[in-house]
Write a protein that binds this ligand. Structure first.
Ligand SMILES: NC(=O)c1ccc[n+]([C@@H]2O[C@H](COP(=O)([O-])OP(=O)(O)OC[C@H]3O[C@@H](n4cnc5c(N)ncnc54)[C@H](OP(=O)(O)O)[C@@H]3O)[C@@H](O)[C@H]2O)c1
Length: 331
């Protein structure tokens, strides 16, 4: 039996669906009926039910979106940092292996291949014209972050959003404790209209922000996560995104071509306008001491993105088996 935390949420409900599809018995826990953030209670449940695996799809993502986390730091830390830490301790004590839904938002930018073949991290992909040109015209020079790369959008590497900082800190809090997977998800999308679905979100924005990102098809993501457990892949960190990356313009272009939404999409004229008008600035954050603690690096590159779902043409689909196939390109 699998214990599933956060089964009521966008990601958790996909885990519930896939577990059901696979005929794997599971019990979903919701805070409404069971306080799984309480160590004693969670540990007791683990001892009582003896699950073979636990999935943590619970976390604080802010409503209506992650910007709201800036104004709710306590809840954000409780959901994204303290909760995984509590689960890690309870699972370690009860000797239950588990998987944690983490996020690629702990990175910003990408690794850009230089002329001498080395890679340099470029945190801003669309502001500097020469970098933007590489992203738009020379995508083979753009590589995603690897599992071993230190997060560069975290409380240790500010500025960062409070949400991203809390997720990166959550990873640190569970690192080295017990047997766990850290499955990093980046910009989920799928076929179902939902406020968390990237394709739905983009279509609802009055104006959109141009960037380049990795994306994770939610169904692919969940299948890949469960497959990792199923094949008993080594515990550790996995960047579970579809191969390659997309720019917002490519996504909008495909939507306009295929869905003919009857509206014109407008872009923010630049970062300055976007950050001035639309985005919240990160709150002031106390200084944290530095620690480095990373799990085993492992990429999961054997699955394919249903590009046709995103309306086909215009997207790159790279299926290589290099360690950067689970690339994260964030902004
Ligand atoms: N959506 C994304 O774009 C995205 C991208 C990357 C990573 N993630 C990660 O995926 C996980 C799930 O995200 P989601 O999009 O499925 O979020 P969601 O729809 O809001 O669901 C999260 C669930 O977590 C539970 N929860 C536990 N503690 C919470 C807290 N302090 N505040 C709010 N909810 C809490 C709630 O379930 P109960 O109240 O029923 O227990 C809630 O239904 C999070 O860890 C998030 O960081 C999400």
């Amino acid at each position: 039996m699998v214990l599933l935390l956060g089964h009521t949420g966008y990601v958790g409900s996909e885990f519930a669906r896939e577990l059901g599809r696979r005929g794997i018995p599971f019990e979903g826990l919701s805070r409404r009926t069971f306080d799984y953030s309480n160590f004693e209670r969670l540990y007791g449940r683990l001892r009582e039910r003896r699950p073979t695996f636990l999935i943590n799809a619970a976390g604080s993502t802010g409503k209506p979106n992650v910007d709201a986390c800036e104004a709710a730091p306590a809840d954000t830390l409780a959901g994204n940092t303290l909760l995984p830490q509590t689960i890690a301790h309870a699972c370690a004590a009860a000797e239950v292996p588990w998987g944690h839904v983490s996020s690629g938002c702990i990175y910003t930018g990408a690794r850009i291949r230089q002329l001498d073949g080395s890679f340099e991290i470029e945190p801003e992909l669309m502001t500097r014209p020469e970098i933007r040109s590489i992203v738009e015209n020379d995508s083979d020079r753009v590589a995603g972050f690897r599992e071993t790369d230190e997060p560069n959008f975290s409380f240790r590497r500010r500025p960062c959003s409070f949400y991203s900082g809390s997720k990166a800190l959550g990873e640190e809090a569970i690192c080295g404790l017990g047997r766990s997977y850290l499955w990093r998800l980046r910009i989920p999308f799928n076929e179902r209209d939902n406020a968390r679905n990237y394709l739905s979100r983009v279509q609802r924005y009055a104006r959109v922000y141009e960037n380049a990102n990795s994306i994770s098809h939610l169904g692919d993501y969940v299948r890949a996560c469960l497959d990792l457990w199923d094949i008993r892949a080594p515990f550790g960190i996995y960047n579970v995104t579809n191969p390659g990356f997309v720019t917002t313009r490519q996504v909008i272009g495909a939507i306009e071509r295929e869905l003919r939404p009857g509206r014109r999409f407008e872009f923010w004229s630049g970062d300055a306008e976007f950050y001035r008008v639309a985005a919240k600035t990160p709150g002031r954050i106390a200084s944290w001491t530095r620690a480095s603690c990373w799990g085993r690096a492992w990429s999961y590159a054997g699955w394919k993105m249903p590009w046709q779902m995103l309306c086909g043409a215009g997207f790159r689909s790279r299926h290589d088996s290099s360690p950067v196939a689970g690339a994260i390109v964030v902004g």
